[in-house]
Design a protein around this ligand. Structure first.
Ligand code: CP
Length: 370
């Protein structure tokens, strides 16, 4: 039913943070501008944009893929397969064996890294450059974040310089979505607190798919600091969406029983006994203990003996089982040197190459849509 101008005016005044307003969800910026002008409401431009941001950018959970890429939760198998197919095609370009189409020529991508990174930041930069984009990098140290400027203010300032996409890493769970709700350019989550690291999830999926083929029915163990791991969350969402089984392994302090409810269905199980599952899996993803999130509290000093992928445990893996680690590795703690460098089973450095390819696929999608 059509609304009168006064009803619309009231609705505009009433719009709050509730993302579920059915009316508000249908509004778009030009419509809001027209009604604001016609009905004489004075809405400061930033307030207007904040309003539109709230009504057109639903929650972090529901909105994983739009003009932004914020999470793997909620991304369906078809979409995942399409991204992975793109990344597979881009892999030779990603590793420099073939020239890439410069589909992002004229685009400017800003890497905003408020937490340290080696792989993710560099691979986003390489991915962007291989596609012809220009890149600027900002980290917390050396920026005005050290003077107290907020994540959102920093992002809005960088956006105001005309960037097309912000790649955001931060310690705040939900931080990337917060940025997305406050800027107009595309936002890609490069790891936000304990929430998600969706491009890491994709690169894990690509690496596994290249070796194991269809992941439906495959059994993947993720071992270690599950509770604090955004990698575990993203990779698990992706694996379950593609029909794989995930077993989360670690001490109770790091693998809470609530974690099994991360996704509905029977595809996640929990084990506190690594030796009981080691011979039954197609792949094992080792995680480090995130001391920066105080995850070492309550963890026994003999962690390596209970949950480390030692040489003795590697021998008990199936001969074709794969060993993955998102990095950075703490050699001698969660993974032994000889296991990390095992020429047959370890695909840890293949993961890094796959990371450039999936980031090329994601950047071309999000920047191409604007
Ligand atoms: N896997 C990963 O996110 O590594 P970095 O912290 O080095 O980016």
């Amino acid at each position: 039913m059509a609304r009168s101008a006064s009803q619309t005016t009231q609705a505009l005044r009433d719009i709050g943070p509730d993302l579920r307003l059915p009316f508000a969800a249908r509004l778009r910026l030009p419509l809001l501008n027209r009604f604001a002008a016609a009905s004489g409401i004075r809405i400061p431009p930033l307030r207007l944009w904040a309003t539109v941001s709230r009504v057109t950018r639903p929650s972090i959970i529901q909105r994983s893929f739009g003009p932004d890429f914020l999470a793997l939760e909620g991304v369906c198998a078809t979409e995942l397969t399409s991204i992975l197919d793109d990344a597979e095609r881009l892999l030779p370009c990603a590793v420099g064996d073939a020239p890439a189409a410069r589909v992002l020529e004229g685009k400017l991508i800003a890497n905003l890294f408020f937490e340290d990174s080696t792989r993710t930041r560099v691979s986003f930069e390489i991915a962007a450059r291989r596609l012809g984009a220009e890149v600027v990098n900002l980290s917390a140290s050396g920026s005005s974040a050290s003077k107290g400027e907020s994540l959102v203010d920093t992002s809005r300032n960088i956006e105001a310089m005309g960037v097309d996409c912000l790649v955001v890493r931060c310690a705040i769970s939900g931080g990337a979505a917060l940025v997305a709700a406050n800027v107009r350019c595309a936002v890609v989550n490069a790891g936000d607190g304990r929430h998600e690291h969706p491009t890491q999830g994709l690169l894990d999926l690509l690496t596994l798919r290249r070796h194991l083929g269809n992941l439906r029915g495959k059994r993947v163990a993720i071992v270690g600091d599950i509770a604090n791991s955004r990698v575990a969350r993203s990779t698990t969402h992706g694996l379950v969406a593609l029909g794989a089984q995930v077993v989360a392994v670690g001490p109770p302090a790091l693998v809470p029983s609530s974690w099994g409810a991360l996704v509905s269905g029977e595809n996640i199980s929990i084990s506190h006994d690594m030796d009981s599952i080691i011979g039954e899996i197609d792949a094992i993803i080792m995680l480090r203990i995130q001391t920066e999130r105080a995850a070492d509290r309550g963890v026994a000093p003999d962690y390596r003996f209970a949950y480390g992928l030692t040489e003795a445990r590697r021998r008990r893996l199936r001969p074709d089982a794969l060993i993955l680690h998102p990095g950075p590795m703490n050699r001698g703690v969660e993974i032994d040197d000889a296991v990390a460098d095992d020429a047959f089973s370890s695909v840890i450095f293949e993961q890094v190459s796959a990371g450039v390819a999936v980031r090329m696929a994601i950047l071309s999608r999000v920047c191409g849509r604007r």
